[in-house]
Design a protein around this ligand. Structure first.
Ligand code: GRF
Length: 203
């Protein structure tokens, strides 16, 4: 089986990017990161890519007349690099039509809560404030909504009485770093079947 070519979109520190690069470099997921793109020129994710010898590209939203134009610039980079699967890893924008149409069912995201609970920003704090006893993280395919696409895998973590949003976020992040590479591996193995809202993992 040929190696799956990953393009990562990240806006921030890039710890999920790192976990994917590490798993890929270790030959664990049948995939390689071929380009990292950020809408934030100072994103540490770009620095992590450079350190790993992976092309790191900044695409500033403000330089384009429209979101479509901005996404076309990203799409050009994805296509130049023959990206098979797009992974959002702390990418702080909603993906629009241009990229969704070109990569239909080939975009994943990780979210730090058990969707459909607590979509959007600061999900760990939302869960902590709500008082849930368990939270976790979700890898899902991306559609036009905010954290609404078909769910691939989830991991659950307990919430303790003495947690703060930060300690809970740290516990969730540990699981993120496991399930994101795992979801990519399943995709690379051709084992994810989407039927409507559901994703089945075949043997
Ligand atoms: C993670 O919590 C991820 O679930 C969310 O954004 C955060 C990104 O963190 N989508 P990092 O940049 O991967 O460290």
């Amino acid at each position: 089986m040929s190696t799956l070519r990953l393009g990562i979109l990240a806006s921030g520190r890039g710890s999920n990017l790192q976990s994917i690069m590490d798993a890929a470099a270790a030959g664990k997921i049948g995939a390689e990161v071929v380009v990292v793109i950020s809408d934030n020129k100072d994103a540490f994710a770009l620095e992590r890519a450079r350190r790993a010898g992976i092309p790191a590209r900044y695409v500033g939203f403000g330089y384009y007349a429209s979101k479509d134009d901005y996404e076309r610039a990203i799409l050009d980079i994805l296509r130049q690099n023959k990206v098979d699967l797009v992974c959002l890893a702390g990418y702080m924008r909603l993906v629009g039509r241009v990229i969704l149409d070109a990569y239909s069912n080939r975009i994943m995201n990780i979210h730090p809560a058990l969707l459909p609970s607590f979509p959007g920003l600061h999900a760990q704090k939302q869960a902590w404030e709500y008082g849930v006893k368990y939270s976790g993280c979700t890898v899902h395919f991306v559609d036009e909504g905010m954290d609404t696409g078909p769910i691939i895998i989830q991991a659950v973590v307990p919430v303790y009485d003495d947690d703060t949003p930060d300690t809970l976020a740290t516990r969730i992040l540990e699981q993120e770093h496991k399930i994101y590479p795992e979801a990519i591996r399943l995709y690379a193995e051709g084992r994810l079947k989407i039927q409507g809202r559901k994703v089945f993992i075949t043997k």
